[in-house]
Design a protein around this ligand. Structure first.
Ligand SMILES: CSC[C@@H](O)[C@@H](O)C(=O)COP(=O)(O)O
Ligand SMILES: [Zn+2]
Length: 205
């Protein structure tokens, strides 16, 4: 490895470790839930190893996968949900980071609401999402049925790729959010989680 590619890799790993800690602080990755990835400028993909606590990740917990989601080192086990990350990267070359968490708001709302989408409307914070410049708008967040068969779940998500400015929710499970870099993905995740928490409050009232 050259010094530059070493540097790109260690920056990506630090991004993942930092985001994992942030998501843990917010209570979005209980137990071993959640997974995080980052695509480097040279196209390599760094993703969390399966089964670790995402708030206590070490450098060894972040591994390299190919664009099809196979670990470069076949002795390593990448996130069980790797295909949901690689399908996003394949769908949009500008995506540089993907985050998945299991918040209370995403879990409860998606089990309480039967409609296939949740419409977020009128919130100032909608401006955190791609292409939004006013609160006077509405964004649909799709709710997909949970499935332990991730390849099959990816085929259900596929028709919506490119049409989900705020990310998506898997029912009773959690959110997927992405951005051009880790900072943007984290900002979108915070935005979506805030809005889901607001919707949950409205449901209670
Ligand atoms: C604690 S169960 C959560 C898992 O089933 C899964 O949904 C998850 O988010 C983490 O899986 P992982 O394989 O560690 O990436
Ligand atoms: Zn999950």
């Amino acid at each position: 490895m050259t010094q530059l590619s070493d540097r790109l890799w260690s920056d990506a790993v630090q991004d993942v470790l930092h985001a994992g800690r942030r998501m843990d602080q917010r209570g979005w990755v209980p137990a071993t839930a959640g997974n995080l990835s980052r695509r480097l400028d040279d196209g390599r993909i760094a993703i969390t190893r399966s089964g670790g606590h995402k708030g206590f990740l070490t450098e060894q917990d972040v591994i390299e996968i190919d664009p099809e989601g196979r670990p470069l080192d076949s002795g390593q086990r990448a996130s069980a949900e790797t295909l949901l990350h690689t399908q996003l990267y394949a769908s949009d070359p500008t995506i540089g980071a993907v985050l998945h968490g299991h918040s209370v708001a995403a879990t409860v709302l998606s089990m309480a609401i039967e409609a296939p989408v949740l419409t977020l409307a009128g919130y100032e914070l909608l401006k955190v999402f791609e292409g939004q410049s006013t609160h006077d708008t509405a964004i649909d967040v799709p709710f997909f049925a949970n499935d332990q068969d991730i390849a099959r779940l990816a085929t259900v998500v596929a028709p919506s790729l490119g049409k989900m400015p705020a990310g998506y929710v898997i029912r009773g499970h959690g959110v997927y959010v992405w951005g051009r870099n880790m900072a943007m993905a984290l900002a979108r995740l915070e935005g979506l989680e805030f809005l889901l928490a607001c919707e949950l409050e409205r449901l209670k009232s």
